[in-house]
Design a protein around this ligand. Structure first.
Ligand code: UN1
Length: 511
C-alpha cells in the first residue's frame, strides 16, 4: 500500500471500500440503522457507518473461528512476521490514521500520531514476543519423567474498545493476540467507528495478502446487538473490554457466568502526590500533560493533586498560569493543547461536577466553565478546584471524563498515601519527589495501591513495554507488555514418562 498523508484521511485510508461506509452527504443521525461519526470539534458528520446486527456478528465469529483453526497451527514467528508487516503498514499510514484519530475523537495532532505510534510499538513488541513465548520446565519428582508447561493459542478473542483510544487499545489486544495464535473479533465504540474501520482494514489486508483471512474481524454495532451477545458467547473464550466500571461490572458478570476469561481495563481516579522536596517546574509540566492532555479524557488522566501544605501555594502559583495559557481549540491546529470533549453530554458532566464541587465547598481556582471556541463542538476550560481545608470533596471520588483537577493538601506522607488510596479505582498514580525515602515509601506494599505507580512523571502516557491496567474498580486486567500475553493463551502442564514403568506421584502404589 502506498504511503498516505493527513491531507484527506477519509479518502486516502481504506474506508470507502467497506460496504458499511456511508459518505457524509448520505450520513443521517436520524436513521437508526446507521452510526454517524461526528467530528467533536465541529459537531459535523465525518461519515456514517451501516450498523451490523446479529447476522453480521454471527458471521464474524464464525469467520474468526475458522481462521483460528488454521492460524493456531502457523508457527509463532511466522505469525510475528504478519504482525511485523502490519506494523510496517501502520507506519505508512501513520500520518493519515493519526489525523483521522484527531478528527474523530478530537485529540490534538501530536496525540493522534502518538496513539498510532503506540500501536506500531506494540506491533514491534509482539513481533519480538513471537520468538520468545516460552514455558517453564520444572524438575519432576519421578525418575525418567519430564515436567514442563507450554502455552497454547486460546481461541477467537472478543475485544471491546472505548472512544478515547480508538486505535491503540485494539493494538495492545490484537497484536498480542495475533502472535499468540488467536483471531480477533473487535467491537469499537460507535463514537469512533471510522478509525476502527481503517485500522482493521489495514491489518486484515496485510494478513489476507499473506494467506491469513479472518484473523482480524470488525463488527460495528450497538451494545445490545453486538457487545452483549459477544460477552455471552462461549465461542469467545476471552473478552477484553475497555470502558466504564459500570460496563465492566456487567461484562465481568456475564463472562464469569459462562466461566469465560475476562480482561477488564476500566476507569481511573489517578492522583499525583507532590512532596515538599519536589522539583516544582517538573511537577507543573507533568501535571499539565497528565491532567489537561486529551482534554482529560484518558483513563490515566490525573484527576487529583495531593500537595504538601508547604509547597501548595508556590505549586499552584506556577500551575494556574500554565492552565490559563494552554491554547484551547481546533485539535488539527498545531498550536492547540486542549481539544474538544467528545460530546455535549461530556460537557454536561463537566458542568455538573463543577457545580457539585462548589456546593461541597470546593473553590474553582481556574477554568470551571465552557471555553469560548466557536467551532461548533463542546470545549471547556482546563479547571483546578481546591478542596476545603478538611479535604472533604465527595465529587472527587467520581471519574468525570474532562480536564478537572481537584487539589488536596497534607502534612504527613502517610496521610497523603491514605488519601491517595481512598478511591474506588486503582489504575495509575505518581509521586513527585527528590527524596529516595519518599519515593520508596510510595512504591512499598504500604504505598500506592494502583496498577501503575510512577516517580517524577505524571499518571498518563505509559509505554507499551510494561503491563497496563489497574486494581479495584479498574478491573484487574493487564494489557500490552511484560507477561500480559499470558491472558491470551491457555497454559498446558505436560508430564512425559520416558521410562519403561509406570511411576505414580506422591509415592502411591496401585496394584
Ligand atoms: C486509556 O486511556 O484507555 O497511558 C489508555 C496512557 C496511554 C493509554 C491510555 N498509553 O495514557
Amino acid at each position: 500500500m502506498p504511503q498516505t498523508t493527513a491531507a484527506n484521511p477519509l479518502e486516502s485510508l481504506p474506508l470507502a471500500s467497506d460496504p458499511r461506509f456511508i459518505p457524509a452527504d448520505r450520513a443521517d443521525p436520524a436513521d437508526a440503522s446507521q452510526a454517524v461519526s461526528l467530528n467533536p470539534a465541529t459537531g459535523q458528520p465525518l461519515a456514517g457507518v451501516r450498523l451490523d446486527g446479529a447476522a453480521e456478528l454471527e458471521a464474524a465469529i464464525e469467520r474468526a473461528r475458522a481462521a483460528f483453526l488454521r492460524w493456531r497451527l502457523v508457527p509463532a514467528p511466522e505469525r510475528g512476521e504478519v504482525v511485523r508487516r502490519i506494523g510496517h503498514a501502520l507506519r505508512q499510514h501513520k500520518d493519515a490514521l493519526g489525523a483521522l484519530v484527531s478528527m474523530e475523537v478530537g485529540k490534538i495532532r501530536s496525540e493522534g500520531l502518538g496513539e498510532v505510534q503506540e500501536t506500531i510499538d506494540i506491533a514491534d513488541y509482539a513481533t519480538g514476543l513471537s520468538r520468545m513465548i516460552g514455558g517453564r520446565t520444572m524438575p519432576s519428582e519421578r525418575a525418567d519423567h519430564r515436567l514442563f508447561e507450554q502455552w497454547q493459542p486460546l481461541g477467537p478473542i472478543g475485544v471491546i474498545t472505548a472512544f478515547n483510544f480508538p486505535n491503540a487499545v485494539w493494538g495492545w489486544n490484537a497484536m498480542i493476540a495475533a502472535v499468540c495464535g488467536d483471531s480477533v473479533v473487535w467491537k469499537p465504540s460507535l463514537m469512533a467507528p471510522l478509525t476502527a474501520m481503517a485500522t482493521n482494514a489495514i491489518a486484515d489486508a496485510v494478513a489476507s495478502e499473506m494467506g491469513h483471512e479472518g484473523v482480524f474481524n470488525l463488527v460495528i454495532g450497538t451494545d445490545d446487538a453486538v457487545a452483549k451477545p459477544m460477552t455471552a458467547d462461549p465461542r469467545l473464550p476471552l473478552i477484553s473490554a475497555t470502558g466504564s466500571t459500570e460496563m465492566g461490572r456487567k461484562v465481568g458478570q456475564v463472562v464469569a457466568g459462562r466461566l469465560g476469561k475476562c480482561l477488564l481495563e476500566l476507569g481511573g481516579n489517578n492522583a499525583v502526590i507532590v512532596e515538599p522536596d519536589a522539583d516544582l517546574d517538573l511537577a507543573v509540566s507533568a501535571l499539565l500533560f497528565a491532567a489537561v492532555g486529551t482534554a482529560g479524557q484518558r483513563c490515566t488522566t490525573t484527576r487529583r493533586l495531593i500537595a504538601h501544605e508547604s509547597i501548595v501555594e508556590p505549586l499552584l502559583g506556577k500551575l494556574i498560569p500554565a492552565y490559563e495559557k494552554a491554547p484551547i481549540g481546533d485539535p488539527m491546529d498545531e498550536d492547540t493543547l486542549v481539544g474538544p470533549l467528545i460530546t455535549e453530554q461530556s460537557g454536561e458532566a463537566f458542568d455538573g461536577a463543577i457545580e457539585e464541587a462548589r456546593s461541597q465547598g470546593g473553590t474553582v481556582l481556574v477554568g470551571g466553565e465552557r471555553a469560548d471556541v466557536s467551532l461548533g463542538g463542546c470545549f471547556v476550560k482546563p479547571t483546578i478546584i481546591r478542596a476545603p481545608s478538611n479535604n472533604q470533596l465527595p465529587v472527587a471520588q467520581r471519574e468525570t471524563f474532562g480536564p478537572i483537577l481537584y487539589v488536596f493538601t497534607y502534612e504527613d506522607l502517610d496521610d497523603a498515601i491514605e488519601l491517595h488510596n481512598s478511591t474506588a479505582h486503582g489504575l495509575s498514580s505518581a509521586i513527585m519527589t527528590s527524596d529516595v525515602r519518599s519515593s520508596e515509601r510510595f512504591l512499598s506494599p504500604a504505598g500506592s495501591d494502583c496498577g501503575i505507580a510512577n516517580v517524577n512523571i505524571g499518571t498518563s502516557g505509559a509505554e507499551i513495554g510494561g503491563a497496563f491496567g489497574g486494581e479495584k474498580d479498574t478491573g484487574g486486567g493487564r494489557e500490552a507488555g511484560s507477561d500480559s500475553w499470558k491472558a491470551y493463551m491457555r497454559r498446558q502442564t505436560c508430564t512425559i514418562n520416558y521410562g519403561a514403568s509406570l511411576r505414580l506421584a506422591q509415592g502411591v502404589r496401585f496394584g
